[in-house]
Ligand binder design. Structure first.
Ligand SMILES: Cc1ncc(COP(=O)(O)O)c(C=O)c1O
Length: 359
């Protein structure tokens, strides 16, 4: 059997969730498990976080919510982008889902929807990201209109931070101030903080926090802190060496001869490539661990394989375990070296079987 696999440490996930809750001051903590829990497996992650009595889960669409409900997840689930079509509203009621209302047409659709159920709405303000959310000019009127509808229950007032990972940008405080002004005097709990806001902006808080990336153990900030040092990587991407050879100085390795040996070099071939989610353009020298020792990628990553330097690792060879990311190298260290983000890498994991630890 092909040895590539992704180990998912659910204890680490629970520990990161507890850290997020602590940083949020013990407030309600929605775990963002959209996109299959950022590639970690939404159902298994939801089950693990139910052990921590997670307050809610955040997903991108009703399909993701239904997968969780069908797996028996009873925790509240928020559709973070709301519905894409008013036709979804009956299903939302049937499965007791909470949902964002983030555009004027969604307000109209809710107003037109007849139901005896009580809808749980997260009303979203555009506080400056200019992607989703009602403008400050429309927000209060929408709030008043929805409050007056018999089918609408207590609302959560939310917004999303665009630049909380930039610790020297004034934008996060500006967005927080715009949010505070827009919701002033309105009834409803509030929700503002994603992972970078939780880790980087301790004085920006709300009733609900909404961590995503940090739950998976990656630091979204460009610097480490005492809090980020407590994050535990959840995914370990690993495979094994299944071929090796010596090449002479001056000989190339792989497509495009991107690596040319400066001295006699022992090359190991690892059963994992870009079709599994490893970055195709990881440069020569990208760190890996080989049987727990530091190693490096040499040559361009292929679809199903990549090549590593074994010259200084005489004990390593066929059957050696190669860690592409995990405790070392960490996702948040590897990703920038490859010109991608720590968000993108696990979301792109494909084909590799997942093995869940500490379920
Ligand atoms: C509305 C919303 N809240 C929270 C999150 C979680 O963000 P992060 O992964 O940066 O913590 C996301 C993710 O993009 C989101 O869209």
């Amino acid at each position: 059997m092909r040895p590539a696999r992704a180990l998912i440490d659910l204890d680490a996930l629970r520990s990161n969730y507890r850290l997020a809750r602590e940083l949020g001051g013990g407030r309600k903590t929605l775990a963002a498990i959209k996109a299959d829990a950022y590639g970690h497996g939404a159902v298994a992650c939801a089950r693990a976080l139910q052990d921590e009595a997670a307050d809610a889960f955040g997903v991108a669409c009703i399909e993701e919510a239904l997968e969780l409900r069908e797996a028996g997840i009873t925790t509240p689930i928020v559709l973070l982008e709301g519905f894409f079509d008013a036709d979804e509203l009956p299903l939302i009621v049937q499965h007791d889902l909470w949902f964002a209302v983030a555009a004027p047409w969604q307000v109209d659709a809710v107003a037109a929807f007849q139901t005896t159920a009580t809808l749980s709405i997260w009303l979203k303000l555009d506080s400056g990201m200019h992607r989703l959310g009602l403008s400050p000019a429309d927000f209060r009127a929408a709030h008043a209109r929805l409050c007056a509808l018999p089918q609408v229950g207590p609302m959560v007032l939310m917004s999303h931070m665009a630049r909380a990972d930039e610790l020297d940008s004034p934008r996060t405080r500006e967005q927080a101030a715009i949010f505070a002004a827009a919701i002033d005097g309105l009834a409803g709990e509030t929700s503002l903080c994603n992972s970078p806001a939780l880790l980087g902006w301790p004085d920006v808080r709300s009733d609900w926090v909404r961590p995503g990336l940090m739950l998976y153990g990656a630091n979204p900030l460009p610097v480490a802190s005492m809090a980020t040092e407590r994050l535990r990587p959840v995914m370990t991407m690993e495979s094994k060496i299944f071929a090796e050879r010596w090449i002479e100085a001056g000989e190339p390795v792989g497509y495009g001869a991107r690596f040319v040996a400066e001295e006699r070099t022992r090359v190991g071939v690892v059963a994992l490539g870009y079709a599994d989610g490893y970055p195709q353009f990881a440069p020569n020298g990208t760190p890996v661990q080989i049987d727990g020792q530091p190693g490096r990628v040499i040559g361009r990553v292929s679809m199903d394989m990549l090549t590593v330097d074994l010259t200084d690792l005489p004990q390593a060879g066929i059957g050696s375990t190669v860690t592409l990311w995990g405790a070392s190298p960490r996702l948040d260290v590897l990703a920038p070296l490859c010109g991608v983000s720590a968000y993108q890498l696990p979301c792109g994991v494909k084909r590799v079987p997942r093995r869940f630890l500490h379920a």
